[in-house]
Design a protein around this ligand. Structure first.
Ligand code: FAD
Length: 561
C-alpha cells in the first residue's frame, strides 16, 4: 500500500488489500473510501472484503465507485458529502489513486485556486493538469457571494502555539471573538514523549481532549484549513466551509515527512524501528530499550530544521543510560548518525554532552543522512557526504530510533503565506507576516530562525497576542520576540543539560548559575522538566499565565515591509 497524502485530512492510494487496512488505521486514517468498481481486474479484492477489514478495525467504509473519466456532478457531490460527514483523515483508493485524487480536486475546485489544488496533487504524484479548465470554471462559481462567519481573531491550529496564543489574547481582552480551527480531537504534550520513550512517563500523561485544553471563550471550529484568501480576510476548510477574520494567527506546526525515507513508514513500530516523534510509537522505544541486550543501536537525526533539535540525542542518552545501569551497555554498540556536522548547534553545550558520549562509548557519525530502511533485514542506508563526494553506507542494527525529516505543511507551502522554503513568512521579532499586516505566525510552522520548541512558543504566544490586539485596535505598540528557545538535554535519568538560547545562539539562561548551571548536567533541571514544565504548559501557557514569558514591549509602526 502506498498512501499519498494530498491534504491534512485526505490521502489517495492505489488499490489496497484487506491486510493494508490495519496499517492505514495505524497511520491515523478514520474512514476508507473505495472509488473502484468491483471486478475491474482478476487480482482485485472486492470492496466487501475491504469493508469487512475496515469494520473489524473500527473505521468507517464508503463505496463510491466510478469508472475512469466519468466524473458526474452528482458523484462529485456525493464525494463532497463523504468528505464533510465522515471522520477524517480519509483514505480513498481506486486502481492507481488518480480517480480518488480527481474527485478530491473537483470537490475543492469551488474554494481553492487551480494552482493550489494542482500543487497539492502533483506533490502526491498525481498530475491532474488536464483538469485545469474544469477547475477554473468551478473556482469562485457561487461560493464567494456571501460573507462567512467572522472573528476578531481566527487561529489556525490548536497545538501549543494556537492554544497559548488564544489564552494570552483572552487574558488581555476577555470579550474578543476568538476561534481556533483544529481537526484533531486530542491535544498532545509532545515534550513528554522523550520521557515516554525512557519509561519515565506513561503516554496517557501526554494527551488531553482538545475540548478540555481550549481556554474558556474560544470557539472550536472542528476542521482542517485547506487554503487562505488573505485579500478577502478569509480561510477555507477542507470541507468547503469558509471563515472570516480581522486578524489571523497561523500556527499549524510542521510536517513529519516519514515518506521521505524509503521503506521507513512500512517498518515503523516493528523490526526494532521506532521514534519518539509519534505518540503511538514512543512506548515502543521503551519496549525496545528494555529488550535489547546486544548488537548495534542506531539513533538518527535528519537535516535541520527539526522540532526539538535535541530530541534525537536525548533518546540516545536515556537508552544508553538504561543499558549502562543494567550492565549490558558493554555488549551494545551505540551510534548517533547525524545528517549535520555537529553534535549540537550551540557550541557552549557541547563539552557537557561529549562527556556523556564518552561515558556511553557512543560513536558519532556526522554527515550521515538516513535515506532507506530495510526493516525485515534490519539494515539502514545512509547517504554520507565528505566534502564534495557523496557515497552510501549500509549499517545493520538491532534497534533504530529515527527522527524523521521535517518540512513546512503542504497546505502552507501551496499558499501565498509561505516563504520559499515553505514556512509561514513572518518577521522574526514581531511575528507579523511580511506581506499581510493582519496575519501573524508562531510555532514550528513559521519562518523564524529559533529552536523549534514549546519553550519558544511560550515566549512567542504573548508577543503574537499583544501584536494581534494592536493591529485590531490600529495601535502602533508592538511586542518583540528575542528568539528564545530551550532544549532540556536528558543526558541521564535524573540529570539534564538545560540549553537555553536565542537568535544567533546567544545564551539566555532563565536561572542564575547557582540554581541551574545550563552548561552542566543538573538534577534541578531534571526536576524542572519532569515535574514543573508539564503544569507550566497545561495550567500556565494554556491559561494565559505567562511565567518567564512577559513580552518585551517596544514602539514601532505596524505595517507590511
Ligand atoms: P503543534 O503543537 O504540533 O500543533 C500544531 C497543531 O496544528 C496540531 O494540533 C495540528 O493538528 C494542527 N493543524 C495541522 N494542520 C492543520 C490544518 N490544516 N488546519 C488546522 N489545524 C491544523 N519542546 C520543548 O520546548 N521542549 C522539549 O523538551 C521538547 N521535546 C520534544 C520532543 C519530541 C519528541 C517532539 C516531537 C517535540 C518536542 N518539543 C519540545 C517541541 C514542541 O512539542 C513543539 O515545538 C511545539 O509543540 C510546537 O507547537 P506548534 O503549535 O507550532 O505545533
Amino acid at each position: 500500500m502506498e498512501i499519498k497524502p494530498i491534504a491534512p485530512s485526505f490521502a489517495a492510494s492505489p488499490q489496497i488489500r484487506p491486510d493494508d487496512v490495519a496499517r492505514a488505521v495505524q497511520a491515523g486514517y478514520k474512514t476508507i473510501v473505495c472509488n473502484r468498481p468491483d471486478g475491474e481486474a482478476d487480482d482485485q479484492p472486492a470492496a466487501a472484503e475491504i469493508a469487512e477489514a475496515a469494520r473489524a478495525a473500527g473505521v468507517e467504509f464508503r463505496y463510491l465507485p466510478i469508472k475512469p473519466g466519468q466524473f458526474t456532478d452528482e458523484l462529485v457531490k456525493s464525494f463532497e458529502d463523504v468528505l464533510s460527514t465522515c471522520k477524517g483523515p480519509i483514505l480513498a483508493y481506486c486502481r492507481t489513486g488518480t480517480r480518488s485524487s480527481t474527485l478530491w480536486a473537483l470537490t475543492r475546485a469551488k474554494m481553492l485556486s487551480p494552482e493550489a489544488i494542482l500543487a497539492a496533487t502533483s506533490k502526491a504524484g498525481y498530475d491532474l493538469s488536464g483538469l485545469r479548465p474544469m477547475m477554473e470554471e468551478r473556482f469562485g462559481a457561487d461560493v464567494y457571494t456571501s460573507r462567512p462567519e467572522s472573528y476578531d481573531v481566527l487561529i489556525v491550529g490548536g497545538g501549543a502555539g494556537g492554544v497559548s496564543a488564544a489564552a494570552s489574547l483572552l487574558k488581555r481582552r476577555p470579550h474578543a471573538k476568538v476561534a481556533i480551527i483544529e481537526p484533531r480531537e486530542e491535544h498532545y504534550y509532545q515534550p513528554g514523549w522523550t520521557l515516554v520513550g525512557a519509561g519515565v512517563f506513561e503516554r496517557g500523561q501526554t494527551v488531553r481532549r482538545m475540548g478540555e485544553v481550549l481556554p474558556d471563550g474560544v470557539k472550536w471550529i472542528r476542521g482542517a484549513v485547506a487554503g487562505f484568501l488573505p485579500e478577502k480576510n478569509e480561510v477555507t476548510l477542507e470541507n468547503g466551509e469558509r471563515y472570516g477574520y480581522e486578524v489571523l494567527i497561523v500556527t499549524p506546526g510542521l510536517k513529519l515527512n516519514w515518506e521521505a525515507v524509503d521503506g521507513l513508514a512500512d517498518t515503523l513500530g516493528k523490526n526494532g524501528v521506532t521514534s519518539n516523534y509519534r505518540y503511538d510509537l514512543a512506548p515502543y522505544t521503551w519496549e525496545l530499550v528494555k529488550s535489547v541486550r546486544k548488537g548495534k543501536a542506531l539513533f538518527t537525526q535528519p537535516p535541520m530544521p527539526i522540532k526539538c533539535a535535541g530530541a534525537p540525542q536525548k533518546a540516545m542518552y536515556l537508552s544508553a543510560d538504561y543499558w549502562l545501569r543494567t550492565g549490558v551497555l558493554k555488549d551494545i554498540d551505540v551510534e548517533f548518525c547525524n545528517a549535520g556536522g555537529v553534535l549540537f548547534g550551540v557550541p557552549d553545550y557541547v563539552p557537557a554532552l561529549m562527556e556523556y558520549v564518552e561515558r556511553y562509548d557512543a560513536t558519532l557519525s556526522f554527515n550521515h543522512n538516513l535515506v532507506k530502511v530495510d526493516g525485515e533485514n534490519k539494515v539502514a542506508t545512509f547517504e554520507v557526504t565528505d566534502g564534495e563526494t557523496t557515497s552510501t553506507v549500509e549499517k545493520e542494527f538491532e534497534m533504530m530510533h529515527v527522527c524523521p525529516p521535517q518540512t513546512g505543511l503542504d497546505f502552507i507551502k501551496a499558499s501565498p503565506l509561505a516563504d520559499e522554503a515553505g514556512w509561514v513568512d513572518v518577521d522574526q521579532a514581531t511575528l507579523q507576516h511580511k506581506k499581510y499586516p493582519n496575519i501573524f505566525g508562531l510555532g514550528d510552522g513559521c519562518s523564524t530562525p529559533n529552536a523549534k520548541t514549546a519553550a519558544a512558543v511560550r515566549k512567542q504566544a504573548p508577543v503574537a497576542a499583544v501584536n494581534a490586539l494592536a493591529v485590531l485596535d490600529g495601535h502602533e505598540l508592538v511586542a518583540e520576540y528575542d528568539g528564545y528557545g530551550s532544549c532540556p538535554l536528558t543526558v541521564e535519568r535524573g540529570k539534564i543539560v538545560l540549553a537555553e538560547f536565542g537568535y544567533g545562539g546567544k545564551l539566555m539562561p532563565s536561572f542564575p548559575d547557582w540554581i541551574i548551571d545550563g552548561m552542566r548536567p543538573s538534577r534541578r533541571a531534571w526536576f524542572l522538566k519532569e515535574r514543573m514544565l508539564p503544569p507550566m504548559y497545561w495550567q500556565g501557557m494554556f491559561r494565559g499565565r505567562e511565567y518567564l514569558a512577559q513580552p518585551r514591549m517596544t514602539f514601532k509602526k505596524i505595517g507590511a515591509e
